[in-house]
Design a protein around this ligand. Sequence first.
Ligand code: HEM
Ligand SMILES: *[C@@H]1O[C@H](CO)[C@@H](O)[C@H](O)[C@H]1NC(C)=O
Ligand SMILES: *[C@@H]1O[C@H](CO)[C@@H](O)[C@H](O)[C@H]1NC(C)=O
Ligand SMILES: *[C@@H]1O[C@H](CO)[C@@H](O)[C@H](O)[C@H]1NC(C)=O
Length: 483
Amino acid sequence: MGPVGLCIVALVVISITHWFYGWRNPRCNGKLPPGSMGMPLLGETLQFFAPNSSSDIPPFIKKRMERFGPIFRTSLVGRPVIISTDPDLSYFVFQKEGKLFQSWYPDTFTEIFGRQNVGSLHGFMYKYLKNMVLNLFGPESLKKMLPEVEQEACRNLNRWSSQESVELKDATASLIFDLTAKKLISYDPEKSSENLRENFVAFIQGLISFPLNIPGTAYHKCMQGRKKAMKMLKSMLQERRAKPRKQQSDFFDFVLEELAKEDTILTEAIALDLMFVLLFASFETTSLAITMATKFLLEHPLVLKALTEENEAILRKRENPNSGLTWKEYKSMTFTFQFINETVRLTNIVPAIFRKALKEINYKGYTIPAGWAVMVCPPSIHLNPATYKDPLDFNPWRWERMEFNGASKHFMAFGGGMRFCVGTDFTKVQMAVFLHCLATKYRWRVIKGGNIVRTPGLQFPNGFHVQISEKNESKEEPKINSI
Ligand code: HEM
Ligand SMILES: *[C@@H]1O[C@H](CO)[C@@H](O)[C@H](O)[C@H]1NC(C)=O
Ligand SMILES: *[C@@H]1O[C@H](CO)[C@@H](O)[C@H](O)[C@H]1NC(C)=O
Ligand SMILES: *[C@@H]1O[C@H](CO)[C@@H](O)[C@H](O)[C@H]1NC(C)=O
């Protein structure tokens, strides 16, 4: 190699080193939180998505908390990210939504969910759409919905109890999906030629996958699922437009009324994107929570006993035990709600909440540069031994002693601040009612599966197959001796 060749090699080595140094040490006006940016471009993406079967704080996070402290930096899917496991910073991030932070999800997510979904809508538009949703799932609507939720839960449980075994994750997903779709768009799976949920299943399976859109890949199937589902939603909306209903009662009615106004900023595309996000947000999350709840009950007989007692007492106090659950009875299920809180705390259905810093932010001595992503990590909050003693123990009674003053820094299963989950109350109704039917009428045992994997999203790789059977004891009414 001549001197020119050597020179070129040296230049290349220098520039690579320089670039690599820049990658490892991003520019910042203040003091960046500690951490490693991983490999160029890839960052620490692979480590972040590595599967693990524990329910503790994800090992990726835990290792870095031990090494760097509660706030650290990394790089995921090509973006520099500050990870917050600190309750104060996490709370701050939620409170400053729209001012210092803005919802941000990786580009593949935006592609998948549509460009105009709730996550990327801001200001007026966003508040206005949220009101429509709250209208459908607010306390007044839920009160009216209660008998229907109970009927559906009981009807499904009854059907499952005649089967050798049911895969609970899928079965509850179908139950929740049908109910939500009925409320939102009056969808009736029995009257429809195509199955809307099937398209969502294809969509979810490819949700967290490498974004390569060619036939055969999971990502391709995911996009196809979305496309088909969107097509179905679109034709349903058009059908409704052709045959408007006198009394508006679902989301399509709201949308059509709004679209008919002259000064509206709503478009059909936005409405359909929102529809899709809502359906997706509702059934995956709630079915995971119900499946985990059922599993926890099997693993903790004392908890099952307490839950059963509370719910049987409701039936005993009634004049007619076969009359439906009232709103007052629903509100009185104290232990059931403690159980639900404990279930969502340990289940950590949403393992990461992403935001983008709109400005440079200084917090606790660190600088978050403008444009960087911030990831709030609910598991690190919910499994913090300083707040929750023996955090990995399933103990619903701990909620008797918990004190929450206003908005909590220590419970963020449903997010916080302005973007707090609009489906929280809806989910609680579904869970409580399902548990009420299950605990008062049925017994269940594991057939197979039930093991979990987190990637870091929760999954049941082998499903959760259980056999559900009717309880006999309660049915055998004491015989009255007629003498
Ligand atoms: C166990 C069940 C559920 C869990 C754990 C859950 C969790 C969450 C979390 C953590 C957020 C905040 C996301 C963020 O800040 O970026 C959120 C937002 C949201 N959730 Fe849920 N959710 C559940 C059920 C539901 C249901 C049943 C619905 C629909 C009916 C729903 C609709 C939404 C919507 C529309 C948002 C976006 C709100 C906004 O950006 O302002 N969720 N959810
Ligand atoms: C999960 O993480 C722990 C702690 O880092 C590790 O010991 C274990 O091997 C990991 N893998 C699985 C499959 O659980
Ligand atoms: C469940 O958690 C929420 C949020 O922290 C809290 O406001 C509520 O009181 C808890 N419910 C029970 C029954 O402890
Ligand atoms: C419950 O009833 C069914 C049929 O009525 C019977 O086969 C089963 O053995 C009973 N189980 C118990 C625990 O009594």
